[in-house]
Design a protein. Structure first.
Lengths: 164, 376
């Protein structure tokens, strides 16, 4: 067990705890803050996996922008307590989670990479590599995705704008 | 191994110590400076054995003692945990951002090269933006946990303002990144040691005698980007003319209405630490960072011929001193701005961010791209 493996296990424990807090805490704002912490820890994972660029984008976009908008909506609607669990959806979700978890166990226990979680072969997430794959290898899908997002933004503005 | 860790810890401690102390001194400059501008005397009450030290005793000793010994009040209907967490969330991003800002080139002791920067990561500028985007939480959570309508209004305003200006800020930096071709702040600072005559393309060579002697600082290569970055950075610190989240005349004190004692001090220190970090970024991106014009690693080499060699230690001291002077200058500039201009209305803040800074930043990126392609 070297230092990076220790860091991996400590972070994983923290990630599981914060993720459980997202699901089980009573106060919605507390849940949202736990989700921010979980996203931040995932970003640290990316950094330790030689993908610092992906890690920074995780913080910048998910923890820094999207979750702020979540909080914004939660604060303005101000739900006092969340609905109690139970009902069809609760049972459905539990069964689905158990199935997915059961599916992951044999997959992970068989694979080689599970033994040393932090060994990665190449520097993937550097700015140079990311730019190369975005602007050389996948330039057409990248541009199509950008245009799609642009259409969505313009559409949202048109829908939100009131007639004068 | 032990030596390496000690060096890193020493650098981290040094930077944190300097930022926090500079933040404290800025409090004094703000109070005495505002008094000077408004023709008042300013803080002069507290003294030790008759020594008031131009208000230094007041702002650096009496104020912190007062803050730390005050009652720490949490609104009974507020959220106790988040109310305590919020000031930490406000102070933390402001302090950790300085880790990637270089305060000197390399210090060579024996055969060991010490990079004068706490964390040399190859995505430095993105780290700055990511940490800046976390700064919103201190305000939003503090505002919500206080359970006060003035706080909440301040928090909503603050989060909208900070998200809006982050976009303009990020886009204004892109021009600088295109010019220097790296995301690493130490590399950006190093590139600014060149002279403009070394960068001029062949079809602009007639400009060489006119501007060739200038150092290749960001302000000369990207003047528009500096103005945009400066405006966005001031807006991110939430001070006048962008102090709508606090809005003293209509929201009492905005998001920190319900804070007292040490927690208020943390918000206060976070604001000043943000000023110091913004000043460090302005110096590094646009004013050469630790560069002194014409100072190379072995001494001065002037473009008009002649050189003045210096010992290595002298060069390093000059670089660190130059960086410190630049940072203090930009801190002072921000404080001067805060006491000289009236504030915006909220719709004006939003209009400035989205309809002026954002298009100008996009224009700057386009023009920079055209010039770079033409220069190749």
């Amino acid at each position: 067990m070297n230092a990076s493996t220790w860091i991996f296990y400590i972070l994983s424990t923290l990630l599981i705890i914060t993720s459980l807090m997202v699901v089980f805490l009573r106060n919605v704002v507390h849940c949202a803050m736990a989700l921010v912490a979980a996203l931040f820890i995932i970003a640290v994972f990316f950094v330790t996996l030689q993908a610092p660029m992906v890690g920074v984008f995780q913080v910048l976009i998910y923890a820094g922008a999207i979750m702020v908008l979540f909080l914004f909506v939660i604060m303005l609607l101000n739900p006092t307590t969340r609905e109690r669990g139970g009902g069809v959806w609760w049972n459905f979700g539990t069964v689905l989670a158990l199935l997915l978890g059961g599916l992951l166990v044999p997959l992970l226990s068989n694979s080689e990479s599970a033994r040393d979680p932090l060994v990665s072969t190449e520097l993937f997430g550097s700015p140079e590599m990311l730019a190369k794959s975005l602007f050389n290898d996948f330039v057409l899908p990248f541009e199509i995705a950008s245009v799609l997002l642009l259409v969505a933004i313009v559409g949202a503005v048109v829908l939100a704008k009131r007639e004068r | 191994m032990i030596v390496d860790i000690t060096i890193i810890a020493a650098k981290a401690f040094l930077v944190l110590f300097m930022v926090l102390n500079l933040a404290g001194i800025l409090g004094w400059i703000e109070r005495k400076g505002s008094a000077l501008i408004q023709d008042r005397i300013g803080a002069n009450r507290a003294s030790i054995l008759g020594f008031a030290g131009m208000g230094l005793v007041n702002t650096l000793i009496a104020d912190p003692v007062k803050f730390l010994t005050k009652e720490d009040f949490i609104p009974p209907s507020g959220d106790k945990f988040l109310h305590t967490l919020a000031p930490c969330l406000a102070l933390f991003p402001a302090l950790v951002t300085f880790a990637v800002i270089p305060f000197g080139d390399v210090l060579i002791i024996g055969d060991r090269m010490i990079n004068l920067q706490v964390a040399n990561i190859n995505i430095g500028i993105l780290y700055v933006l990511a940490m800046g985007s976390l700064g919103v939480y201190g305000i939003v959570i503090g505002a919500w946990a206080s359970n006060n309508k003035f706080s909440l209004l301040g928090g909503v305003r603050g989060s909208a303002q900070m998200i809006s200006y982050e976009i303009a800020m990020g886009l204004s930096i892109i021009g600088v990144l295109m010019v220097y071709g790296t995301l690493e702040l130490q590399e950006i600072a190093r590139s600014q040691g060149l002279l403009i005559r070394e960068l001029l393309p062949s079809w602009l060579v007639f400009l060489r005698p006119v501007i060739g002697w200038l150092p290749a600082w960001g302000i000369f290569l990207q003047p528009l980007a500096f103005l945009l970055f400066f405006t966005a950075a001031v807006a991110e610190t939430k001070r006048i003319p962008f102090d709508l989240p606090e809005g003293e005349s209509e929201l009492v004190a905005g998001y920190h209405v319900e804070y007292s004692g040490g927690k208020f001090l943390m918000f206060f220190a976070g604001e000043f630490a943000e000023i110091v970090t913004a000043a460090g970024l302005m110096a590094t991106l646009f004013f050469g960072g630790w560069q002194v014009p014409y100072l190379m690693r072995d001494g001065f080499h002037f473009p008009w011929g002649g050189s003045w060699l210096l010992p290595h230690l002298g060069v390093v001291i000059l670089q660190v001193a130059a960086f410190t002077i630049k940072v203090v200058f930009f801190c002072w500039l921000q404080i001067l701005l805060r006491w000289s201009v009236p504030r915006f209305r909220y719709d004006q803040v939003m209009r400035l961010g989205w309809k002026m800074l954002l298009p100008l930043a996009l224009l700057n990126v386009t023009i920079t791209a055209i010039v770079i392609v033409a220069a190749q």
